[in-house]
Design a protein around this ligand. Structure first.
Ligand code: DLL
Length: 446
């Protein structure tokens, strides 16, 4: 037993000083959370007009917050509040103490701004070290960081975390896939960080130029920033011969490193000493029963520059019961398949893109590249799912293609209860992204 602990994927974490709070007794954690919640509430009440106003409206003062159990007395923060207070309205530290700004890309309108004091950057580094250690990485690992560097939090967040872990970091950023593959091979890279969809693209391209990634030293991937399914994880692990770990985070809270998987690969541990999680009913805002699905709400307990009280993430998940095989005491959430706002309704049925992904990956001969287009003709909604098929199949007989098309349509219909049109398309015909994949194109309102 002790041998496997010393050399298993969790050994690195257990012996890394930054990870000590991962195993803290719950009672001790609660005391720490209570203390930190009181501090952060005082901080925002004193320094952020928005929070003082919201708390005054609810008739809550900092002295009403005595322990972490009082968190539900506090107001929620919505994405629209961040937009209203754009750019600096929610800062709780003077600009002189703010050493970094990031922003989310934001598809419409103004971006979401994130600010960090030096202390916040240390917190971020701490949770990223713990993330990498939980994925079995340590000094001596060579980490290719293909998350985008720049305003996006993925690049720099992973960069400083991997460096602080003591690993060797290669800051490739996203894109230039042939160069990524050359570096992966020539530098003996052992771990890669990027979105799961971009990694699939890297694998495709590697196969095309005759490189089998399974024969390289690469052994770990730390993938996140977009929803992906268990089926997708299995594909990736098989195709690349690696262990694929999920990492979760959002700009509003800190960036990557809000939660991460350990060797159990069953749910993400939330770094609860810094980010307090609740799960609420997205309609009512009330807590859901233990273990039920709901919207993840996060309160930052230690951030100085831009603390968030009860931030409504819109990400749907559930707390997982039981203890973690790695011995971590931090609560786990189920992987995030979808957001409350990525669901689309077709002919009265609620559909999540991840359900379609699960269904199509159950069928042999497909590649995990797909795109869903919603159209409306004479008041009726249609769903078209384009799916790439393997080159062998694409050049095969027409009857084989038709057969596959029918099986896919059936698998999807069984999962989501609506008929969809499936088109099988050539490998590489669906646009690739070096960051987050765009799964759904809704043309109904155009
Ligand atoms: O995506 C931060 C990040 C960078 C996380 C690198 C992980 C790795 P945003 O651009 O603000 O920040 O997007 C945050 O992306 O609310 C989720 O909807 C989604 N998301 C992030 N990680 C995951 C994941 C970064 N592991 C939004 N699974 C979040 C599912 C994820 N969705």
């Amino acid at each position: 037993m002790s041998d496997s602990r010393a050399s298993g994927p969790d050994a690195a974490a257990r012996f890394h000083p930054a990870s000590s709070l991962d195993y803290v007794p719950r009672e001790q954690l609660r005391r720490l959370q209570s203390q930190r919640l009181k501090e952060v509430v005082s901080r925002v009440y004193d320094h952020v007009a928005f929070y003082r106003r919201r708390m005054d409206q609810l008739g809550v003062t900092p002295s009403d917050i005595r322990s972490i159990d009082d968190v539900d007395k506090l107001p929620f923060t919505l994405k629209s509040d961040l937009r209203d207070e754009y750019p600096f309205g929610l800062f709780a530290a003077p600009l002189g103490q703010i050493v970094r700004l990031h922003a989310s890309s934001g598809t419409t309108g103004k971006p979401i701004v994130a600010a960090y004091t030096q202390h916040d950057l240390d917190v971020w580094k701490n949770v990223m070290v713990r993330t990498f250690a939980a994925a079995g990485l340590s000094e001596g690992d060579i980490v290719q960081n293909s998350y985008g560097y720049g305003l996006f939090t993925g690049g720099l967040g992973a960069h400083y975390g991997a460096e602080a872990l003591g690993a060797t970091v290669i800051p490739t950023s996203g894109g230039n896939t042939d160069r990524q593959i050359m570096i992966l091979k020539d530098f003996g890279v052992t771990a890669i960080c990027c979105t799961p969809s971009y990694f699939l693209h890297v694998l495709d391209r590697a196969a095309e130029i005759g490189i089998d990634v399974r024969h390289l030293p690469l052994r770990v991937g730390v993938f996140g920033a977009e929803p992906w399914t268990e089926a997708m994880r299995r594909r990736i692990e098989e195709l690349a011969g690696i262990k694929a770990y999920d990492i979760y985070g959002l700009t509003e809270i800190i960036g990557p490193g809000v939660g991460a998987e350990c060797s159990g690969q069953n749910g993400l541990h939330i770094f609860e000493d810094h980010f307090y999680p609740e799960i609420v009913d997205p309609e009512t805002g009330r807590p859901v029963p233990e273990g039920a699905d709901g919207e993840l709400v996060i309160t930052t307990l230690t951030k100085q520059a831009m603390p968030m009280l009860r931030y409504r993430s819109r990400d749907i998940t559930a707390f997982l019961p039981g203890s973690s095989p790695s011995g971590r005491t931090l609560r786990r959430i189920r992987r995030i398949f979808h957001r409350s706002d990525d669901m689309f309704i077709v002919r009265g049925v609620n559909v999540f893109p991840s359900q379609i992904e699960e269904a199509l990956l159950r069928v042999e001969g497909t590649l995990p590249h797909y795109q869903i287009t919603l159209t409306r003709q004479r008041g009726l909604d249609d769903v078209d799912v384009q799916i790439e098929v393997t080159p062998e199949l694409f050049s095969d007989r027409v009857s084989a293609m038709e057969n596959l098309q029918q099986r896919l349509a059936k698998a999807i219909e069984q999962t989501v209860n609506i008929r969809v049109n499936v088109s099988l398309v050539e490998p590489h015909s669906i646009a690739r992204s070096e960051g987050k994949a765009r799964r759904v194109i809704d043309k109904r309102d155009l």
